[in-house]
Design a protein around this ligand. Structure first.
Ligand SMILES: Nc1ncnc2c1ncn2[C@@H]1O[C@H](COP(=O)(O)OP(=O)(O)OP(=O)(O)O)[C@@H](O)[C@H]1O
Length: 348
């Protein structure tokens, strides 16, 4: 069921793919040959980690659309954690067409229907929240949008590219934070970020600059030389989120980006994502934090049992209620605590 090079295109045959759980896709594309003759720049003297051996063909660096914000000016950058997406990581974003259009999407696992004929439109430049109770189908939807899971039916268009017919083209626009944080954790943080950048065919010098920028933005600079396996859960999430952004994608698909992340880091991540959206990027995230979704998302979809029961602007969906009240109303309060009365009898 897994086809490694369906996840990150242009992976050399000897290099394992980033996301191990991928279903086969119908459009094989020839892998990009590593540029063996390309000169390998020496590592800066301060680097203690072994240099990456991966060297891929460079592609031209797109001009950033936005000017650096005042907070990107050297004198104004907070010494610990700047709160904007690094200017070097902002790509060319022209919000002329929807970032994601999903139509008639279905997915079953055996007899169990996880996602049932859903339609979603995520406008470019929006902060889109996908909420729903456990098992509603959020991860399944995001995995299909991210190209990690093949739909049974339906179409997905990413920034104008039909992901069903041209998955590799569509994936160029995507940065992904999957639900399970499986990654190459024997790499140091610096190596992991550089690996993602090189896989995306960025020039080595650009990668090095962006790795430093992202590490500073995500407050990971001091951890860059340590193996990711030594990171806490929240740090792992941050380095993987940084890895998802290194190629300046148009669309970020983030499954529970704030789970296990401390409040200070959450706030920093939020500001980075907000500045990314302000620059024309699109964020689609799932979350169980209704306050957070209500606070940061401009649009939201509520999924229950594989179906989208409500979607639109946050104001449209919540109506007179809070988003949490509306969520409970739609999801149904199915708790039956009376059946747990035995729990109060204490066996000793
Ligand atoms: N690989 C799989 N094999 C079998 N069933 C699966 C698989 N992945 C998901 N499911 C089922 O599909 C349904 C939707 O799961 P999904 O993970 O998408 O829900 P979710 O809304 O993300 O839940 P949570 O909020 O708990 O993360 C569930 O019933 C789940 O058991």
């Amino acid at each position: 069921m897994v086809e490694p090079d369906a996840v990150v295109e242009s992976v050399p045959a000897a290099v394992p793919a980033v996301e191990p759980e991928v279903e086969p896709e119908p459009e094989p594309e020839p892998p990009v040959e590593p540029v063996l003759e390309a000169p390998v720049e020496p590592e800066p003297p301060v680097e203690t980690e072994p240099p990456l051996e991966l060297e891929l063909e460079a592609e031209p660096e797109p001009e950033p659309l936005v000017e650096p914000t005042p907070r990107d000016e050297p004198g104004d950058v907070a010494p610990t954690a700047p709160r904007t997406v690094p200017a070097s990581v902002v790509g060319t974003m022209e919000p002329t067409e929807p970032a994601v259009v999903v139509q008639g999407l279905r997915k079953s696992f055996g007899e169990s229907v996880a996602v049932e004929d859903i339609d979603l439109t995520v406008p470019a430049g929006s902060f889109y929240g996908l909420v729903g109770p456990n098992g509603a189908g959020k991860t399944t939807v995001l995995s299909m949008i991210a190209g990690l899971l093949k739909p049974d039916a339906g179409t997905i268009v990413i920034a104008g590219e039909d992901a069903t017919r041209h998955p590799h083209r569509a994936k160029r626009h995507l940065g992904i934070l999957p639900d399970r944080l499986r990654t190459f954790d024997r790499l140091t943080g610096r190596q992991l970020l550089a690996y993602h950048g090189l896989l995306r065919r960025l020039d080595r010098a650009v990668v090095e600059k962006r790795v430093d920028d992202l590490a500073q933005a995500f407050d990971l600079t001091n951890a860059l030389s340590r193996p990711v396996s030594d990171y806490s859960l929240g740090m792992t999430k941050k380095v993987m989120l940084a890895a998802a952004m290194v190629h300046a994608p148009r669309v970020l698909v983030l499954d529970e980006p704030f789970e296990s992340v401390d409040p200070v880091s959450s706030s920093a991540i939020l500001e980075i994502l907000r500045s990314y959206v302000a620059a024309g990027g699109t964020v689609v995230l799932s979350s169980h934090g209704m306050d957070l979704v209500e606070q940061v998302c401009d649009r939201v979809a509520v999924m229950v049992a594989g179906q989208v029961l409500a979607d639109g602007t946050v104001a449209e969906v919540r109506g007179e209620l809070t988003l949490e009240q509306r969520f409970v109303q739609l999801a149904g309060d199915v708790r039956d605590v009376e059946s747990l009365e035995w729990l109060h009898t204490f066996s000793d």
